[in-house]
Design a protein around this ligand. Structure first.
Ligand code: ATR
Length: 274
């Protein structure tokens, strides 16, 4: 039985062991996946201990994604662009790092919600790690434009400068403060941590184009204040449960070479939320 885990602090409430357990059952893969609490000052030591115990791969969550990035011997392009790693693979005595968060988001929007991003006007709210991780996978879908809007505008500008290194299409990506956001958008993604604190975002409710989709990376039994506002403005809404499951499915595929059926797991987890 191959061994996998998720490292975090805290970790007790992580859904990853449940999700990967369901994936393993469904695909008949013989593996064990456990939650491991790493001390805040002892992430690297936990990882090397896990590798010595013959661990094959691991997910990494808050607050260790930047440390995981620094620890890797090899990085995928999407890990490089995210500046963070959420998926480790132990190969011989080397550590390979990837980041599946952004591709999980995009797959949930494009495949599960059936909302094509190509040619659309995208508003990305936030400029922290979550926004950065989403940016390259979003740009690869060839949206018409991506406006990054952040409470601290200088951080949005830094992200735009980074993005200009990844995309040949100039001017696709621009930055703005919340106050200066104008016009309509087809896809509005909340990658800020405002929802974690139960806060709404100081944006006008005129920014939702007809047939727009508002997406919050957070999920829960109830809509976040951001999604409630969007729904009141006539937008379709979707929370981040699908992103959580899709980032896990991508990690599973990297490790095991098989892609689980995420729909069934989605229905099961959604049912358990309410
Ligand atoms: P994460 O890894 O979740 O992205 P982060 O790197 O700490 O976390 O980034 C948090 C993001 O949420 C930032 O863009 C932050 O805005 P600032 O750069 O201005 O700090 C944003 N954020 C946090 N609380 C917010 C709020 N109440 N309203 C709007 N944006 C908020």
């Amino acid at each position: 039985t191959d061994l996998y885990c998720v490292f975090g602090n805290p970790i007790a409430h992580s859904k990853s062991p449940l999700i990967h357990g369901l994936f393993a059952e469904q695909t008949a893969q013989a593996l064990r996946y456990e939650a491991r609490l790493a001390p805040l000052d002892g992430f690297a030591a936990e990882v090397s201990e896990f590798a010595q115990q013959n661990g094959r791969g691991a997910n990494v969550t808050v607050p260790f994604k930047l440390e995981a990035f620094a620890l890797c011997d090899r990085l995928s392009k999407r890990a490089e662009s995210a500046g963070a790693v959420n998926t480790l693979r132990f190969v011989d005595d080397k550590i390979e790092g990837d980041n599946t968060d952004g591709v999980g988001l995009v797959r949930d929007i494009v495949v599960n919600a059936g909302f094509a991003i190509r040619g659309k006007r995208v508003l990305l709210i936030g400029a922290g790690g979550a926004a950065r991780g989403a940016l390259l996978p979003l740009l690869e879908q060839q949206p018409k434009s991506v406006l990054i809007s952040n409470r601290t505008v200088s951080k949005a500008e830094e992200l735009v400068a980074m993005a200009s290194k990844w995309t040949s299409e100039k001017d696709v990506c621009t930055a703005s403060s919340f106050q200066d956001v104008s016009g309509e958008f087809d896809l509005i993604i909340n990658a800020s941590s405002a929802s974690l604190m139960g806060e709404s975002i100081a944006l006008p409710n005129t920014l939702y184009a007809p047939q727009s989709l508002a997406y919050d990376m957070m999920y829960g039994a109830e809509l976040t204040p951001f999604l409630k506002n969007a729904q009141n403005a006539g937008s379709m809404v979707r929370d981040g449960l699908g992103m959580l499951i899709e980032q896990a499915a991508e990690a599973f595929a990297i490790w095991r070479g098989v892609r689980p059926d995420t729909q069934r797991v989605f229905a099961q987890l959604r049912g358990a939320l309410s």
